[in-house]
Design a protein around this ligand. Sequence first.
Ligand SMILES: Cc1cc2nc3c(=O)[nH]c(=O)nc-3n(C[C@H](O)[C@H](O)[C@H](O)COP(=O)(O)OP(=O)(O)OC[C@H]3O[C@@H](n4cnc5c(N)ncnc54)[C@H](O)[C@@H]3O)c2cc1C
Length: 511
Amino acid sequence: MEPAQIMSQTESSNVPYDLLIVGGGVNGAGIARDATGRGASVLLVEQDDLASYTSSASTKLIHGGLRYLEYYEFRLVREALMERERLLKMAPHIIWPMRFVLPHSKLVRPAWMLRAGLFLYDHLASNMTLPKSRGIDFRTHSSGRALKPEYTKGFVYSDGWVQDSRLVVLNAIDAAQRGADIRTRTRLVAASRVNGLWEATLEDRTTGATSTVRARALVNAAGPWVARLLADTLKVPNSKSVRLVKGSHIVVPRVFEGPQAYIFQNPDKRIVFAIPYEQDFTLIGTTDIPWEQEPGKVAIAADEISYLCESVNRYFRATVKESDVVWSYAGLRPLYDDASANASAVTRDYVLDLDTQNGAPLLSIFGGKITTYRKLAEHALEKLAPVLPAVAGQSWTANEVLPGGDIGEGGFTAALDRLRRAAPWLPEGLAWRLMRNYGSRAYEIIGEATSLAEMGLLPGGDLGTREIDYLITHEWARTAEDVLWRRSKLGLHINDAAKAGVETYMRQKLG
Ligand SMILES: Cc1cc2nc3c(=O)[nH]c(=O)nc-3n(C[C@H](O)[C@H](O)[C@H](O)COP(=O)(O)OP(=O)(O)OC[C@H]3O[C@@H](n4cnc5c(N)ncnc54)[C@H](O)[C@@H]3O)c2cc1C
């Protein structure tokens, strides 16, 4: 192995950054975007790829969290519902509305309770534009066709859906365009307060080289590692702690027709979603399993697969079997530890902990939701502003679209029509995918191409070298996995030979 290259001195003598953000999940990327837009100089470091951990392993709902009403989390639900409306406008290419069908089961919550909860859910946010909830009769409503005949009544309500890992990348792109330095595959390995600044040692995980940077303030957005970073890397005492709760999902071939999702109540009072996924599939999740081991990559366990199959088989006419599972994923929720006895009951709200007593400011983030990341970033900077004037500017992110989100009049359908008119040679499926993933930036990928051949399609799918080059140049993609599982979900659609083709192309391209 090559010895690690040390280049600490040159960099450490440079002008310090205003903010060093540790963690390239949704919270770190959101804070980087907001802070850079306020004029701060920002460095974000992510030890792997952007959204490698929790932020690509969610249920992908932009939601208030209907079930949190049962735990009286009104502040969180209201904030999340307000954010739902904002995010739908900020990124209409990767976030879209969805209707959720909730069958009434006599064994779980009474119908009056569901009705009251949905009424509250519809009225907590003053800016709601989505269709409100209503009761439905499954004997006549099309969504009833997929359900067992004993379910005759239920409700339907609105929430949003997001391509979670793309949301992270879009925030990072926007931050970078505004001047942030985003370094993936770069780990913070040590940091200490020196003369009123943070002095941090970074490790480039591709080369093994280390470097030193300085910053006026440090944001610990390390998600599942938030407590480890404080105790082991920064060696800073902290009274707050994090509860890691594993949640897993399975993906199976499409179980039901229609664009609606289902939310099923289990006898254990938990809920499980079944959501239309990537055109041909159904996404089913999730579980709540306390996690006591080290944070890192986690995988679904056999009993979780059985639990998820059982949960949906209670309701669907079609039977979902363990052997139907084509893909699964799992992630760790980094929840703020509020001492709840039950993993499902631990608060999903976030807590920001600012430490200024020991010198340069340190802000740590406990908990949070994808849905509330923008608001969390705003709150984080409000908290830092008194000790870090560089972020004291006006909040600005509430109405600014994310990259590619300026898809123009008429929403997604009209934008897709325009793309198809501009490039009539694009197959329908590819045009749709480009608009869904990249919005107005689809035109950047197409560039000068005037035929499908010029998109450089690789064998076995509709992924071309133009798209991969774009992902390498603008979205920090470095491996086939980055491209196939986080920048897109093409991994679900193409075979092993095609995946190998992507890998070979990227290796050649990146040397
Ligand atoms: C199963 C499940 C379902 C969920 N469903 C939803 C949902 O439907 N809707 C919703 O709104 N929310 C949902 N959530 C919650 C949401 O996913 C999380 O709150 C959010 O993704 C957390 O983001 P984060 O940035 O804090 O953490 P992460 O995404 O984990 O990011 C932290 C990053 O820090 C990096 N890091 C750690 N240490 C270092 C270091 N020393 N140096 C450099 N980098 C470091 C890690 O590599 C990691 O990428 C769900 C979560 C789970 C697990």
